[in-house]
Design a protein around this ligand. Sequence first.
Ligand code: BTN
Length: 324
Amino acid sequence: MNNHEKLLSILEEGASDYISGEEISRRLSVSRTAIWKQINKLRELGYTIEASSRRGYRLASRPDRLEVSKLARALNSKSFGQRIVVLDSTVSTQQDAMRLAEEGAPEGTVVIAEEQTAGRGRFGRRWFSPRGKGIWMSIVLRPTQPLAFTPQLTLLTGVAMCRAIRRLTDVEVGIKWPNDLLIHGRKVSGILLESATEDQRVRYCIAGLGIDVNLNPEDYSPELLKVGTSLKIETGREIERTALIAAVLEEMEQLCKLYAEQGFQPIAMLWEALSVTINRSVQVHTGQDIPVEGTAVGLDPSGALVIETDQGERIQVISGDVQL
Ligand code: BTN
């Protein structure tokens, strides 16, 4: 054990009681200044250590580290999350999950990372994925439906995430078509669904989920903070990521079962009830020069957004960016 680990084990021994600096210094045979430096190192790693000039030091909380064993204990599902890979750092969990899917990993296999160095968003954008502050997770899905129906899985994933966040917090989170979760108009989460196909048959899909959980305002650039937010900013408290991951996986499992048994109709109903897009006046940028404008009136059976223009024409939009 190095000194840093020894200090941690002394603090852990004390459970939630204070241990005097003098005692720590005697047991580690180092100066009080050296202890102070190490305490600050532990704080940088996410430990909350309270200091009192009279009583010494007390370990108030440990960092919220993602661990397979903790996740397994928190999970109440049959298939989703039965195989979980936790990585300290990776380029993008999408790539890791794809590799596992190619090797034959079953539906519900999950890759989660503490940080992504090049997290991917929709339309080739970057996804900001700082260490330890969010949920950066990719799930292997093996749908039996044709390729044209895979957008339905994006909507299903959005419903699962919305329900999981509502289960653990009391924030009013809603879904902006097709895949953004918003709180008070700011984005807290996004979904990237990528599919591998062969002759129009879907071999597998990877549902990539990013949730800004415990980011503080100062973690964001000024531009990102204008449009983005985190659960911590909205609730004023830290949210335990392990519990939220477990809730998302449980909701995904239930909804995938419902989808397999009853098709898209019940998912569409749940989605519409959680949506902040339906019955709103919207502008959809589809990559064409002129955006589609009108009122979002619902989903069509494939999951496309139906827009009614001022002229009463109904237009189905399969992919695009919605502005409310
Ligand atoms: C978006 O709103 O543009 C989608 C963002 C999806 C981000 C997640 S984080 C986990 C997974 N790995 C990635 O590189 N991207 C997705």
